[in-house]
Design a protein around this ligand. Structure first.
Ligand code: IVH
Length: 651
């Protein structure tokens, strides 16, 4: 039965050629579930019933990639693509070579590891060096085989996770119904669906996985990219059938033009074409720059534009009180996605566009950016000037535009709109990471005056939450537990969560590392603050101003009383491209002295030890490396040279 179900899953999700009805499939699945419930000892991890077996987790575990998942350089027009071709030809001399042209799906890349033919681990791209383990979520993607068709010992498959346009529109309709903010584009929606702690959410979103790399020990498994794609096909993966082996640049350009033309006919979004040199041997000789391979390029399509009417302009109030005008548009399909809003940034932008309500405008969306208004194409016959309100549309407080600033701000620090945005920022990933504290809930908490200040979150009781809409006992308890857990967040996340203007994740990390204590940061002068890396006068001023405000000082005290720990012992192993990795150095490296290599590794978050053990992740070998190298080989530990080390560090 498992084999049969697997077969039908493959026909339906990979080949798009089902042979049985959905009802028949569901019935078979139900039967298998019943059998497995009655005989749990017979369940295997690759059973089709195991796709949604995982439980929600506390957080994601970080995993280092076998080789960096870098991105591609872009060619923004045909000229740049020809330029790339010229570069390749000059590097390869007179050799013949061909291009594999693939569609550039607009999703997020994922590395999936198979051990003895079974799906073992799926890791997001992350920063390219280290990603997050999303195995349980990835297993819910039906076009991703749990078991390979041919029992291949072990391999790694890389590809793109995407959401079809239909699934994207459906996800947004659902978010509208729940009062949550919409996903800006299918890519964000795919990322938001894969990087959730509860696999049941991923399962509900119908993600798809298109594979494009087959690796073995971090290296291409076949001699050419074209062969790899064929092999992936045979192993049971979904490989985009819209691909072409092109003998030269003209054939490649023809493929690009063809798909720029036909892109809207596809059920998912593409933002260009990826061209890869076919031969792996030639790829190896072309090599990599620090950021991208020299053997591949992404040809990006031009942004898509459409005309529509601005029906209204409304303002949104952000966390800093800034009022942002947003154009409400007559809904229009741009490149297969319905667009009904576009940001107008501020009053100056509206003036620059000469835009009034009722005008017909040209809007543009390109890949991942929020749609924007390019220009007015026709003035409305009944047009109406937009005026920034004098009073905040949310709290009625005074609106002020400071000299030299583009933004108008609501200056009421207790404005509920500001408070709502502050709470959302505080609860977000990268800050307190409070799962379950979304927009719909924050609206209710603020509107019902259960939370008048961020610190009030820590006084919430499950009994109070149960009273709210769409909140059961279980989710209320879970939320209270998540809030409770957030008290233990380390200082950089707390600092980020406070929402100090100009202080994001990175600056927060530098500040925490430099001062080691929130109280020291709060007490520091503008000059002292600039001791921290990347903190200049503007950021320092902003931090200083933040902590000189009475209400912010009170917030800090209330968080302290709630049990927050503001001390921070900088751990070099958190963050950094080598976080969590252990290195052993042996032999003489070509340019780095031993001490220098060690400090570079440590600065990037890695650890250097003197002897090799099973815990060693990499051995960096130079000239004259001896017994350590043999031991590393015996234990199957990866041996790299200085150049590869520098690539891992990202320099
Ligand atoms: S090759 C170093 N092939 O586009 C190799 N990428 O910057 C890079 N993408 O991050 C990947 N479709 O997420 C490749 N057929 C395809 C692709 C593809 C989409 C994405 C991928 C990558 C980005 C390129």
């Amino acid at each position: 039965m498992r084999d049969q179900l697997r077969h039908h899953e493959y026909l339906y999700y990979v080949l798009d050629q089902p042979e049985i009805s959905d009802a028949e499939y569901d019935e078979m699945m139900r039967e298998l579930k019943q059998l497995e419930d009655a005989h749990p000892e017979l369940i295997t991890p690759d059973s089709p019933t195991r796709r949604v077996g995982g439980k929600p987790r506390e957080g994601f575990v970080k995993v280092a990639h076998s080789t960096p998942m870098l991105s591609l350089d872009n060619a923004l027009n045909e000229g740049e693509l020809r330029e790339f071709d010229r570069r390749v030809r000059s590097l390869l001399g007179d050799e013949k070579f061909s291009y594999v042209a693939e569609l550039k799906l607009d999703g997020l890349s994922l590395a999936v590891h198979y051990k003895e033919g079974m799906l073992a681990q799926a890791v997001t791209r992350g920063d390219g060096m280290i990603g997050e383990d999303v195995t349980e979520n990835a297993k819910t993607i039906r076009s991703l085989p749990l078991r390979l068709k041919e029992s291949h010992a072990s391999c790694e498959v890389r590809g793109e996770v995407v959401l079809t346009r239909r699934a994207f529109e459906k996800a947004n309709a659902q978010r509208d119904a729940e009062g949550l903010p919409r996903f800006a584009n299918p890519r964000n929606a795919a990322a938001g669906s894969l990087r959730v702690l509860d696999p049941a959410i991923t399962a509900s979103r119908s993600l798809e996985f298109f594979s494009y790399f087959l690796l073995d020990g971090g290296k291409p498994a076949c001699a050419s990219q074209w062969e790899s794609l064929k092999k992936l096909d045979q192993l049971g993966f979904k490989v985009n059938p819209r691909r072409r082996l092109c003998p030269d640049i003209d054939a490649l350009l023809a493929f690009c033009r063809e798909w720029a033309e036909k892109r809207e006919t596809l059920p998912y979004e593409i933002d260009g074409v990826v061209a890869k040199i076919d031969s792996v041997d030639q790829q190896t000789r072309l090599g990599w720059t620090a950021k991208a391979p020299r053997w591949a390029i992404a040809y990006k399509f031009a942004a898509q534009q459409k005309e529509t009417v601005v029906e209204n302009i409304e303002v949104q109030v952000g966390r800093t009180g800034a009022l942002t005008p947003v154009a409400h548009l007559k809904p229009v399909n741009v490149g297969g996605v319905t667009v009904s809003r576009a940001t107008l940034h501020n009053e100056d932008e509206i003036a620059r566009l000469g835009l009034q309500i009722g005008d017909t405008v040209l809007i543009e969306r390109s890949g991942d950016v929020i749609p924007k208004v390019v220009r007015v194409v026709k003035q409305g016959s009944d047009r109406r000037q937009f005026r920034m309100p004098d009073h905040c549309p949310i709290c009625g407080g005074e609106v002020v535009r400071a000299e030299g600033e583009a933004a108008s701000r609501c200056i009421n620090t207790n404005c509920p709109a500001r408070l709502k945005e502050s709470i959302l920022h505080f609860a977000a990933r990268g800050a307190m990471d409070i799962d379950g504290l979304g927009e719909a809930l924050v609206n209710q908490l603020v509107d019902q005056r259960l939370v008048k200040n961020i610190a009030d979150l820590y006084l919430l009781k499950a009994d109070q939450l149960i009273e709210l809409e769409r909140m059961g006992r279980k989710s209320a308890q879970k939320l209270v537990a998540n809030i409770d857990r957030s008290r233990r967040a380390p200082l950089p996340r707390i600092l980020n969560g406070l929402g100090i203007p100009f202080v994001g994740e990175r600056t927060a990390q530098f500040l925490a590392g430099e001062f080691g204590d929130l109280d020291a940061i709060a007490a520091a002068s503008v000059d002292q603050l600039q001791r921290a890396e990347e903190v200049g006068p503007r950021i320092a001023e902003s931090i200083h101003r933040f902590f000189s405000e009475q209400r912010n000082r009170e917030l800090v005290e209330r968080l302290r009383a709630a049990g927050f720990d503001f001390k921070y012992a900088a751990k070099p192993t958190t963050g950094g491209p080598l976080a969590g990795l252990t290195f052993v150095l042996t032999g003489t490296l070509p340019s780095l002295a031993r001490e220098e290599a060690k400090s570079r590794i440590e600065a990037a978050g890695g650890k250097v030890t003197g002897s090799i053990s099973k815990k060693t992740d990499y051995v960096v070998a130079g000239a004259g490396a001896g017994s350590k190298l043999d031991k590393a080989r015996a234990l199957g530990i990866r041996v790299i040279d200085e150049a590869e080390l520098l690539k891992l560090i990202g320099s």
